[in-house]
Design a protein around this ligand. Structure first.
Ligand SMILES: CC(C)(COP(=O)(O)OP(=O)(O)OC[C@H]1O[C@@H](n2cnc3c(N)ncnc32)[C@H](O)[C@@H]1OP(=O)(O)O)[C@@H](O)C(=O)NCCC(=O)NCCS
Length: 227
């Protein structure tokens, strides 16, 4: 893709994704916009093995934006970093389309792997402020990672993960961050499981009481027959 097309795409992404924007000119002030233009150029140079020049451009972008994207990372269309400061994306990270990151996110390695050592993030994923995703596993499509989480293993598609270490609290979320930017109003699978267990428990109790009644009347008939 040519640079002009890249710039147009990045402008469209920022305008679409940030509800706080008031005019097109503001796009040029966004760290996400600036870093992505640098990244697209640096990535092309990296692919042509101009490693020093690629790193020079990306390190310059770090100083201007506070966002460090290694030029070797592979990033799809519609990528947006809100606020941005403190974001780090490692060399072997792969990011699908329409992914949103917030400030302070790390897509990093654990230091224990070689080769592919950074995460693969599928389409429509949202990674909240301060979350650390460490390792070469995959974050499934449409998943949300909660603020401050430390995610150390694969996340199934359409899941919400929170905590340290990260654990799944919602597996049925099909609301895409790109469509709604809704960060809170999601179904609660734990509550749903509790309600199902309560219902089953109540049905079992009723069946047990009926069985006890039947046993008692059977015993009464047997006793009456013996007399
Ligand atoms: C995770 C998130 C994306 C969506 O959460 P959700 O699916 O609606 O989950 P809920 O709010 O129902 O919470 C489910 C459980 O996880 C907990 N939880 C939610 N977010 C959490 C987080 N970041 N860290 C730890 N626990 C969290 C809740 O307390 C709740 O626990 P409980 O069941 O014991 O009460 C949201 O909480 C979040 O972190 N948003 C941050 C977005 C962001 O970065 N904004 C920055 C803008 S500048």
């Amino acid at each position: 893709m040519g640079l002009i097309k890249s710039i147009k795409n990045e402008i469209a992404v920022v305008k679409e994704r940030d509800p706080a924007i008031h005019s097109s000119m503001e796009v040029f002030l966004y760290p996400s916009f600036r870093v992505m233009i640098s990244y697209r150029i640096a990535h092309k140079l990296y692919m042509k093995k101009h490693y020093f020049l690629a790193r020079w451009i990306s390190q310059r972008a770090v100083r201007k934006t506070g966002i460090e994207i290694h030029p070797g990372a592979v990033i799809g269309e519609g990528f947006f970093i809100d606020h941005g400061n403190g974001v780090v994306i490692g060399e072997t990270a792969e990011i699908g389309n329409n992914v949103t990151l917030y400030q302070g996110v790390t897509l990093g390695g654990t230091g224990k792997e070689s080769g592919k050592r950074h995460p693969t993030v599928c389409d429509n994923v949202m990674i909240s402020a301060g979350a650390k995703v460490l390792g070469s596993f995959t974050i499934g499509e449409g998943s949300k990672i909660g603020a401050g989480s430390v995610v150390l293993e694969a996340v199934p598609p359409h899941s919400t993960v929170v905590g340290v270490p990260g654990h799944v609290v919602n597996r049925k979320n099909s609301v895409m961050p790109r469509e709604t930017l809704d960060q809170t109003d999601l179904p609660d699978p734990v509550q749903e499981d509790i309600m199902t267990l309560k219902k089953e428990n109540s049905e079992l109790t009723t069946r047990l009481l009926n069985l006890e009644d039947e046993m008692r009347s059977l015993k009464r008939s047997v006793d009456a027959g013996q007399k």
